[in-house]
Every structure is written in structure tokens, then in C-alpha cells.
Design a protein around this ligand. Structure first.
Ligand code: SF4
Ligand code: SF4
Length: 281
């Protein structure tokens, strides 16, 4: 007994006092991308380097920096590495969740924004969602559905239950049954085989309910969006994938981009869903 108490005193309190205290992120971490509106001329290096088709040309500004779709981006950093103009940079801001698909499109700005501006996506999400889900402010139960993902998004969601993050202190928990849940947290590109299970699980969640898309796959199909066996994520923009399969047709209330998203991004997104900026509890 004495040894247990001694060990407890030695270990002390390991849960990070977030959001009051910022987490220590890996030096290799890439957060919200920042784009400067540069004259690219005929350079197509970033398009060629991107494995995810996440860079979208701007018809209104040909030959200039593209738009970056965080809903497709896997945050590999290849575009930043090859850009000779230094027009693409990844900040260390992990608050990347957004309340709409359109808000995941990062548009070039006249100059690379400063650190304060780089923090706005999650704050915007909380403002857009506002009091819609105020009901869940103190208690939010989620059922996780892995709709064909590689398991990395699931792992980064699961780790929120460990003592460093301590998801439970925010009143957020994962449940075993959709009947006991206030919503779904979906990962994976929604494979053909998982479509019916996903829709059945969604139908079993009592209203009002929330839908959380975690990871590039769940948002857009990610690296698998052109596969004939995937539906292109939850709300596939085209409504149909290459094989003519209809998408799941579910519209997320919050989108957490990344491949996989950092656990702090998921946590900040869940708070934003309840209208709580990352700076409040
Ligand atoms: S960081 Fe994103 S946009 Fe850039 S090359 Fe990788 S996937 Fe493409
Ligand atoms: S978004 Fe990336 S990490 Fe998440 S399931 Fe898809 S491939 Fe895996």
C-alpha cells in the first residue's frame, strides 16, 4: 500500500491542464496550412508533389497560389518542401476543425498570416455552431463508427480516453451503443461494405444528434476517394463516386481534418461542436 501511494506521489498529476496550457507538440507536427498569394508562373511543383489532390487551382487567378483543401490534405508537407516561392507553410496550430466543408478550403492571402490569425478556424467553428448543440455542453456521448479506415484515426480518437487528455473531464465519453449516444464520430472513407452499418447506426441514434467526421477519409474519402469500393466519405461533394455508388449522404456538424488528426485537434473540434472555443470549458 505504501509503495502504491509513494508511486502515486512520484508520478503526480499527469493530465495536461488544457486548454489553459498548450500541449507540447512534436517538432515534426504540421498544423493549419498558411498560403501566400504568389505569382507561380508556370510552376506546377506543388500539384505534382501532392498525393491527395488537395491543391485546387483558382480559375479567377490562374498562375497564382492554389487553394488548399484541408478536407483532402494528409499534411505530408510535400507542397511546402517543393514550393520555390515559399508560398505554402504549415503552422503549428492544431485547432483545425471547421463547421462546414467550405471552411476547410484554405485560400491564399496577400501575405502569410500571423500566429493569431492562424488560430481562427476552430474559433470560427465554435462561432458558426454557436448554441445549436448547447444541450450537450456538459455531457456528450458518442458512438464511434470505423467506416473502413486504416485505424490511425480511431487510435487518435481512442487515446483521448487516456490520462494525458482525460476526455471525461469535459463530460465527453464514447458509448458502446448508438441508443445511448448523442451522436456518431465517424472515421474512414465509408467503404461499400460499411455503408449499411453506418446508416443503421445513425438511424439508431436518438434526436437531437450530432455527426462528427474525423480524418481526411471521413471528410472526403482521403487517399481512397477515387476507389470504386469507397463512397468518398460522409458527404461526398459529388454525391456519387467513380463507380456510381451514392454517398452515405450524411452531413457532418463538425469536420476534423488530418490523416490522422492530432488528438488535440479532435478534442478542440469536439469542444467547438458544443460552441466552446478551445480557450473555454
Ligand atoms: S501537405 Fe496536403 S496539400 Fe501539401 S502535398 Fe501533402 S497532401 Fe498535398
Ligand atoms: S484519414 Fe488517414 S489516418 Fe484516418 S483512416 Fe484515412 S488513411 Fe487512415
Amino acid at each position: 500500500m505504501f509503495r502504491i501511494v509513494a508511486e502515486r506521489l512520484k508520478q503526480r498529476y499527469r493530465t495536461l491542464d488544457w486548454p489553459r496550457k498548450e500541449p507540447a507538440l512534436s517538432p515534426r507536427y504540421r498544423g493549419r496550412p498558411l498560403l501566400a498569394d504568389a505569382d507561380c508562373g508556370s510552376c506546377r511543383a506543388c500539384y505534382a508533389a501532392c498525393p491527395a489532390g488537395a491543391l485546387l487551382p483558382r480559375p479567377e487567378a490562374p498562375g497564382r497560389t492554389p487553394v488548399l483543401d484541408m478536407g483532402r490534405c494528409i499534411f505530408c508537407g510535400a507542397c511546402q518542401d517543393v514550393c520555390p516561392a515559399g508560398a505554402i507553410r504549415f503552422s503549428r496550430d492544431y485547432r483545425v476543425a471547421a463547421a462546414s466543408r467550405g471552411a476547410l478550403l484554405v485560400r491564399p492571402e496577400a501575405a502569410l498570416p500571423g500566429a493569431k490569425d492562424a488560430e481562427r478556424t476552430c474559433a470560427d467553428a465554435a462561432a458558426v455552431i454557436g448554441s445549436r448543440f448547447r444541450l450537450f455542453r456538459r455531457s456528450l456521448k458518442l458512438r464511434q463508427v470505423s467506416a473502413g479506415g486504416c485505424n490511425a484515426c480511431e487510435a487518435d480518437s481512442n487515446v483521448l480516453g487516456t490520462l494525458v487528455y482525460d476526455l471525461g473531464r469535459f463530460g465527453i465519453e464514447f458509448t458502446a451503443s448508438p441508443r445511448h449516444a448523442d451522436g456518431l464520430l465517424v472515421t474512414g472513407p465509408v467503404t461499400r461494405n460499411m455503408r449499411a452499418a453506418l446508416l443503421d447506426t445513425w438511424a439508431a441514434v436518438p434526436r437531437p444528434r450530432v455527426l462528427v467526421a474525423v480524418g481526411a477519409c471521413a471528410i472526403s474519402g482521403g487517399l481512397f476517394r477515387e476507389s470504386a469500393d469507397c463512397l468518398g466519405g460522409l458527404g461526398g461533394a459529388s454525391g456519387e463516386n467513380a463507380a456510381g455508388l451514392t454517398t452515405a449522404g450524411l452531413t457532418p456538424d463538425i469536420y476534423v481534418p488530418g490523416c490522422p488528426p492530432n488528438p488535440w485537434s479532435i478534442l478542440a473540434g469536439l469542444l467547438a461542436l458544443r460552441g466552446q472555443g478551445a480557450g473555454s470549458r
